[in-house]
Design a protein around this ligand. Structure first.
Ligand code: NAD
Length: 483
């Protein structure tokens, strides 16, 4: 058996073990065997990383560099990520079962792009100038300081860089805590950052759990200036409470229960294709998943038969095989959670396709005939490959059903009727509405949700607002010449 890989914390420019030598195994959900050993940190390591980040911010060169100089290092890091895309992609695939075609082929590419985009965005951003009689005001965007970034396991590297890249581009220093199920790619990222010439203490990585561990310690430390968190809504509420003790600003990107509305004038091929990707990409472990599929009565039966045929055609297998489209769920714990919903499904409606597969696989599953008012499958975030399909008659009914959720993250609308598409997009309570598509991102656009989906938006200028302290400089203009 090949030797297990090992991943340490990266603190102040060095890869280190925990003070007490504690470690944990990270398990490959396809083989269900440990594949790597990881340093297990706690409050001591989190605090040490914050001291390093604080020092790098208060005394070090990073916040004092120009945008071009910092940007060159971030671009160099993006180059190195692309050169090491297989190692990074395999790390996420082994940690959480994502097909390599997705991790290496999509996530690493987007992660590298995050660094390039935010480096360029910061360099090209301008402040405002606000002339007034007798005075002149201009704005500056000062780096906020030390950023704690706490990440989930579903898109490990991609979501970590979505936080780390803008934070660094604006001159902050960072302590990143990846999810305990997906630690490997974060350590590799920090190794590459050092290789790219990033000064010590600028990007620190601490491994560990959330409650009473490294995660909690990061949220309670008064030396942290920003907390950016992506994860479950319940965890977000706990983190918001912890952050309130020191009035630390938080950005929370939380759960979702995406509505996907298909009108009977939709391009059916396009709608089926996106509906499949919306719920079954990453085995449904996507905050944006289109897990509530509303189909207008006139096309319902035709749509459902095409949808189930496409679901059954997905290639399930070893994530490391590049032909695989659909892998296992990320962990035994998560498999058990999603399995409990499979057990519930027959009492709530009719299972059209899907169910348990080999090991920790849940096959692409579709359930119909549920009552939206009471169904737990409809109301709760399953975070797996389980969609509920609900027929509707009118536009108003579709909007009411889509908005009948505590989550306001995203929705999709499929219609060839221009006015209807705009009308419905405006009426939906969601941070992002995709029309006749899904997952298309431009990093300038705001990303985030309302209600139980979180607080705040990130992306482009929205990330600048969060990761900086905007400052107004007000100058008097002397009314007459002094000489
Ligand atoms: P989670 O909340 O269990 O864990 C996320 C991270 O928080 C992990 O690193 C964990 O160790 C840490 N954590 C847990 N408790 C903590 C505490 N008390 N203090 C500090 N840190 C703590 O979430 P998860 O299961 O890893 O991720 C899945 C969830 O993330 C889903 O609900 C999904 O919808 C959501 N998500 C949202 C978005 C978005 O952009 N809105 C994107 C991806 C995932």
């Amino acid at each position: 058996m090949p030797a297990k890989s090992s991943f340490g914390h990266v603190i102040d420019g060095k890869e280190v073990d925990s003070d007490d030598g504690a470690t944990f195994d990270t398990v490959d959900p396809w083989t269900r065997e440990p594949w790597a050993e990881v340093a297990l940190g706690g409050a001591a390591e989190a605090d040490r990383a914050i001291v390093a980040a604080r020092h790098a911010f208060d005394e070090g060169p990073w916040p004092r560099m120009g945008f071009a100089e910092r940007g060159a290092i971030l671009h160099q890091l993006a180059d190195l990520m692309e050169e090491n895309s297989r190692e990074l992609g395999l790390a996420d695939s082994r940690d959480m079962g994502k097909p390599l075609a997705q991790s290496q082929g999509v996530d690493v590419v987007r992660a590298a792009h995050n660094f390039r985009f935010f480096a360029d965005h910061a360099r090209l951003s301008t402040g405002e100038q606000l002339p007034m009689p007798g005075h002149h005001i201009y704005t500056r965007y000062e780096p906020a300081g030390v950023v704690a970034a706490i990440a989930p396991w579903n898109f490990p590297l991609m979501l970590e860089t979505w936080k780390v890249a803008p934070a660094l581009a604006w001159g902050n220093t960072v302590v990143l805590k990846p999810a305990e199920d997906t630690p490997a790619s974060a350590t590799i990222l920090a190794r590459l950052a050092l290789e790219a010439g990033m000064p010590p203490g600028v990007l620190n990585v601490v491994h560990g759990y959330g409650p009473e561990s490294a995660g909690q310690a990061l949220t309670e430390n008064p030396a942290v200036d920003r907390i950016t968190f992506t994860g479950e809504s319940g965890t977000g509420k706990i983190i918001a409470c912890a952050a309130s003790q020191h009035l630390t600003p938080v950005s929370l990107e939380l759960g979702g229960k995406g509505a996907n509305i298909v009108f009977d004038d939709a391009d059916l091929d396009n709608a089926v294709d996106w509906a499949i990707r919306a719920i079954y990409t990453n085995a449904g472990q996507v905050c944006l998943a289109g897990s509530r599929l509303f189909v207008q009565r006139g096309i319902h039966d035709e749509f459902v038969s095409r949808f189930t045929a496409a679901a059954e055609a997905l290639v399930i297998g070893d994530p490391k095989d590049t032909a695989t489209q659909f892998g296992p769920l990320a962990s035994k714990q998560h498999f058990d959670k999603v399995s409990a919903y499979l057990d519930l499904a027959p009492s709530e409606g009719t299972v059209l396709t899907g169910g348990r597969g080999e090991g920790w696989v849940v096959r692409p599953t579709a359930v119909t005939g549920i009552d939206p008012a009471s169904s737990r499958l409809f109301r709760e975030e399953i975070f797996g490959p389980v969609v509920v399909i609900v027929p509707f008659d009118t536009e108003a009914e579709a909007v009411a059903l889509a908005n009948d959720t505590r989550y306001g993250l995203n929705a999709m609308v499929f219609s060839e009727n221009l006015s209807r598409a705009h009308r419905v997009a405006a009426a939906l309570d969601a941070g992002t509405v995709w029309v006749n598509c899904f997952f298309i991102r431009d990093l300038r656009a705001p990303f985030g949700g309302s209600g139980d989906s979180g607080i705040g938006r990130e992306g482009g200028n929205f990330s600048r607002e969060f990761f900086t302290e905007p400052k107004a400089v007000v100058m008097q203009i002397a009314p007459s010449a002094m000489d």
